[in-house]
Design a protein around this ligand. Structure first.
Ligand SMILES: CC(C)(COP(=O)(O)OP(=O)(O)OC[C@H]1O[C@@H](n2cnc3c(N)ncnc32)[C@H](O)[C@@H]1OP(=O)(O)O)[C@@H](O)C(=O)NCCC(=O)NCCS
Length: 164
C-alpha cells in the first residue's frame, strides 16, 4: 500500500487555480527534468536521475497548478535507516515561490514519514544555496557545515536534520 493512499493529498478549493498536492508517479520525471536547471539557475539535473521517480515515487510529491508543474519533493524512507526519512530534492517554480508551497510539501512528507514509523528527517544542500539553508532553518532543521568533502573531493555540503 502506498504511503499516500489517495492520489490527491490536499486540495485548496478556494480558488480555481489553487495548486494541489499528490503522490508522484514515474511519468512525472520528464516534467521535472525539463525545468530543474532553470529553477535552480545552475545545472543540477544530473543529481536527479530517473531512478528517483521510477523507484521512489510513492514517497515523493508533485504540486500542480493550471500552468503545470508548480513544485515537487523527492523523498525516501531508507531501508537501511529504519528510524529516518530523507528529502533528496525540493523545488518550487519561480512563479509559485514564497507562498508556502515548499513548507506544505515538507509538512505532508513529515506526516507520512511519522505514519510510517520514522522519527527524524535529513537533507543536504550545497553551501552556495543560501535560500535552501534559510528554508531549512525556518522549518526547524539543525544546520551543520559546510562539511568538507562530504560528497567526495571538493564537494562540501550543508547537512540538515530534525526530529519528526
Ligand atoms: C527553496 C525553495 C524550495 C523554497 O520554496 P518556497 O515555496 O518559496 O518556500 P516557502 O514559501 O514554503 O517558504 C518557507 C520558509 O522558507 C524561508 N524562505 C523561503 N524562500 C526564502 C528565500 N528566498 N530567502 C530566505 N528565506 C526563504 C522563509 O522562512 C519561509 O517562511 P516565511 O514565508 O514564513 O517567511 C525554492 O526557493 C526553490 O525551489 N529554490 C530553488 C531550488 C532549491 O534550491 N531547492 C532546495 C535545495 S534541494
Amino acid at each position: 500500500m502506498p504511503p499516500w493512499h489517495d492520489r490527491v493529498v490536499t486540495h485548496n478549493g478556494s480558488t480555481g487555480d489553487a495548486p494541489y498536492l499528490r503522490a508522484a508517479r514515474p511519468d512525472d520525471y520528464d516534467a521535472i527534468a525539463a525545468v530543474v536547471d532553470d529553477w535552480w539557475d545552475r545545472p543540477v539535473r544530473s543529481a536527479i536521475p530517473r531512478l528517483f521517480l521510477d523507484f521512489f515515487h510513492r514517497t515523493s510529491l508533485i504540486n500542480e497548478d493550471t500552468d503545470g508543474l508548480a513544485g515537487f519533493l523527492i523523498g525516501l524512507l531508507p531501508p537501511d535507516a529504519m528510524d529516518g526519512a530523507y528529502i533528496h530534492f525540493v523545488g518550487v517554480a519561480p512563479r509559485a515561490r514564497k507562498r508556502g508551497l515548499a513548507r506544505a510539501m515538507y509538512d505532508e512528507f513529515f506526516r507520512m514519514a511519522r505514519r510510517e514509523g520514522r522519527h527524524n528527517v535529513a537533507a543536504i544542500t550545497s553551501p552556495v544555496n543560501a535560500t535552501s539553508i534559510a528554508f531549512h532553518r525556518s522549518l526547524g532543521f539543525a544546520v551543520r557545515g559546510p562539511v568538507p568533502d562530504y560528497n567526495g573531493p571538493d564537494s562540501d555540503m550543508m547537512v540538515f536534520g530534525r526530529p519528526l
